[in-house]
Design a protein around this ligand. Structure first.
Ligand code: ADP
Ligand code: MG
Length: 686
């Protein structure tokens, strides 16, 4: 049997140094290696004649050397190499810098193939630093070349070679074992796993690549769908859910609110109400844009549960957010004699003991908290409703864990990173979906501008103007947690803080906050910001989630190109929460078309659904905030935007299969069962 889990260090060409680099990009085993799919391809197979080459294109040329390589010394110890070449149609100069070792590589009169960027200035053709082969070889040119995502210090050439060796190793071991049942391969014209794996890396023709990709995408999406259906079926086979009291009216709370609910909020509450009164357990995803008012929906549902004599658990991803929820819940629910409490890791031991006791004997009705609530010693007397806020921060396991503290309680998961309904329906196959697609009235659009470094001073002046008017500002820096660059990032937060404090905004109170600080420190800073004691808060994305400071009216985001769109949208949602016109300034670097487009989307719209759709559309594989922010499982090869048709097909196929064989126990589905197991063990965190 083929050994796919073998350590990548045993692959030819992988020494100790390279092992480390490979590990950094998530490649530990042979399997990881051969499933590290290219993000793009360059077609270096079809040579062009020199006269056809236009300025700026990357092209392959086949030419004869007409001179020796000259090696010229420049200033600063730099050198320049030039080679004259020709083909039937014209002549060109090939130029390199600091590549003196090329000196004896070329012979006059011999033919070579080059691939590189062409400069064509009025018919004078130059090619800069191209890769090349002698004409009879095809190492770097003359074929379709895969381009791999994120490789750190590994060059494309190196990783390509290592993957080639990996595939060679697989072949020596007798090839991969098929992972899809034959009947599916036949029915959907899919090629076998070996062919697909080879061709996804080294296709000879683009047609080969298409076939390979097709098969791999189908497999990936089908296994996800099957896994989801398994989850859903598990839910169904459980015992009945709770029937909440039909004589408890949500309208009683709704009337006591200081504002009128939007139509969308009312519709969603009706869906929830019906669910709660039925004897089926609720499993509902509530999607709504930042600021669309999900909290009040959760609170109204909590009222219904408590007045039906059940307890409620509200799970939030951060202490700041949990605390804020507590305040909001109490404001309304106290008058109905509902007791809300907070459980976060920051509270004192004696307080905690008190809470746990009261929870167990039913004196607490609504417990709001963080991960601390998941601990085993947290026991409810009669848990009937579980609300999870910002669901993408929690996995299935955590959701299940909290639900298990009750007898099949109703579950409401809330998400502020909305994704298109069609997609949600497929991805959250195990949940019903409610959508708040309307913001409360009188919300002002957050004016968003994307600027480059040149405008820094104007941006700073604008911030000062806002502060002089009594407002507060956020300045957000990227911090990629758990990454290579974390330390540098952290440094950059501190450097920025020092600069702002001592120079740029020296007249004002500046503070900073980041995820590596102690919870208590963070809470303290947020508290002071809320009270208005801090005017400018330098922060990493710890403020991303739910924090409500209505007086803050401006947010500057540094290096905005490094954030995903959904995350930018989340961040931006921290301003514009009060009566003031609010602004978001995206400072970005880089001239890439993709970056420009992404910034434009942010400036053009405030609609989270539109943004997430665009995000999927524009996302490059280099985006290391990836899909996590959506709570979408990470796909290795499928692209949820371009592969939506395949996704629909995979869903249909999965449903048919499960209808015939709910637990995938039939012999013909043995392989599928393996695939699903693999999903659950490795990556299904939705
Ligand atoms: P999110 O959906 O992002 O969690 P919140 O629930 O925090 O949004 O609501 C954002 C703000 O809007 C809160 O201050 C809340 O009190 C307010 N709000 C919610 N619903 C309405 C409404 N129908 N009319 C006016 N304000 C509302
Ligand atoms: Mg919220």
């Amino acid at each position: 049997m083929i050994e796919l889990e073998k350590d990548v260090k045993y692959i030819k060409g992988v020494g100790p140094n390279r092992v480390q680099l490979l590990n950094k990009i998530g490649i530990f085993t042979l399997k990881d290696l051969i499933t590290y799919y290219p993000r793009d391809y360059q077609d270096r197979s079809k040579p062009k004649e020199l006269y056809e080459c236009y300025d700026g294109e990357e092209a392959t040329i086949e030419v004869i050397a007409t001179s020796r390589l000259t090696d010229t010394r420049l200033r600063n110890k730099k050198t320049m190499q030039k080679l004259q070449v020709r083909d039937e149609s014209g002549i060109a100069t090939i130029t390199w810098f600091n590549q003196s070792y090329l000196k004896n590589k070329f012979e006059i009169g011999k033919k070579y193939r080059f691939y590189g960027k062409i400069h064509n200035k009025f018919g004078r053709i130059e090619v800069n630093a191209p890769v090349f082969d002698e004409i009879e070889k095809k190492n770097n040119t003359g074929k379709i070349i895969p381009i791999y995502p994120l490789t750190y210090q590994l060059t494309q050439n190196t990783i390509r070679k290592i993957i080639e060796n990996g595939l060679e190793d697989v072949k020596k071991q007798g090839g991969l074992e098929e992972t899809l049942p034959q009947y599916l391969l036949d029915k959907y014209y899919l090629e076998d796993i070996n062919k697909a794996t080879n061709n996804i890396h080294f296709p000879k023709e683009f047609e080969d690549f298409k076939m390979a990709r097709n098969r791999l995408v189908f497999e990936e999406l089908l296994s996800t769908q099957l896994a989801l259906l398994q989850l859903k079926n598990n839910n169904l086979t459980e015992q009945k859910g709770i029937e909440f009291d039909k004589n408890v009216y949500m309208s009683d709370v709704i009337q006591s609110l200081p504002f009128k609910l939007t139509k969308a909020q009312l519709r969603v509450l009706e869906e929830i109400d019906n669910n709660m009164e039925s004897d089926k357990a609720m499993n509902r995803l509530l999607q709504g844009d930042v600021g669309s008012g999900k909290t009040v929906v959760a609170m109204t549902a909590s009222y219904k549960a408590v007045k039906s004599r059940y307890q409620v658990a509200v799970l939030a991803p951060t202490a700041i957010l949990a605390t804020q929820h507590l305040v909001n819940f109490q404001k309304i629910l106290n008058q109905f004699d509902i007791k809300c409490e907070l459980l976060i890791s920051g509270i004192t031991k004696s307080k905690k003991i008190e809470i746990l006791e009261k929870l167990e004997n039913g004196e607490i009705d609504v417990l709001i908290g963080t991960h601390a609530m998941l601990e085993d010693n947290v026991k409810f007397k009669n848990l009937g409703l579980v609300v999870t806020d910002e669901q993408h921060r929690f996995g299935v396991k955590q959701r299940t864990k909290i639900a298990q503290k009750g007898q099949n309680p109703d579950v409401l998961v809330m998400s502020a990173t909305p994704i298109p309904r069609t997609l949600a329906l497929i991805l959250y196959g195990d949940l019903d979906i409610s959508i708040i697609d309307e913001l409360p009235p009188n919300r002002k659009k957050i004016e968003t501008f994307a600027v480059t470094k040149q405008l820094e001073e104007r941006v700073n002046n604008f911030v000062i103007k806002q502060i002089e008017e009594g407002r507060q500002a956020y300045i957000v820096c990227p911090l990629v947690e758990d990454s290579e660059e974390e330390e540098n990032d952290l440094k950059s937060v501190m450097t920025l803080y020092e600069k702002c404090k001592s120079e740029t905004f020296s007249k004002y109170t500046v503070e900073y906050i980041h995820g590596k600080m102690k919870q208590k420190e963070k809470d303290e800073i947020m508290e002071r910001f809320k009270k208005g004691e801090i005017q400018i808060l330098i922060s990493t994305t710890v403020i991303e989630v739910g924090v409500d400071v209505p007086n803050s009216s401006i947010m500057v985001i540094e290096d905005a190109q490094r954030f995903g769109l959904a995350q930018l949208h989340q961040l931006r949602g921290r301003v514009g929460r009060g009566e003031y016109q609010s602004y978001c300034i995206l400072k970005y670097q880089g001239k890439g078309e993709n970056t420009r487009q992404r910034m434009k989307v942010m400036c053009d719209t405030n609609d989270g659904f539109v943004i997430s759709q665009k995000d999927l559309e524009l996302r490059g594989s280099g985006d290391f905030f990836g899909t996590m922010q959506h709570g979408i499982p990470d796909f290795k090869i499928a692209n949820l935007f371009t592969d939506i048709e395949m996704l629909k097909l995979a869903q249909e196929v999965a449903i048919t299969i499960v209808n015939n064989d709910a637990k995938l126990e039939k012999e013909e589905n043995k392989l599928l069962k393996e695939l699903v197991k693999d999903k659950f063990m490795n990556r299904l965190e939705i």
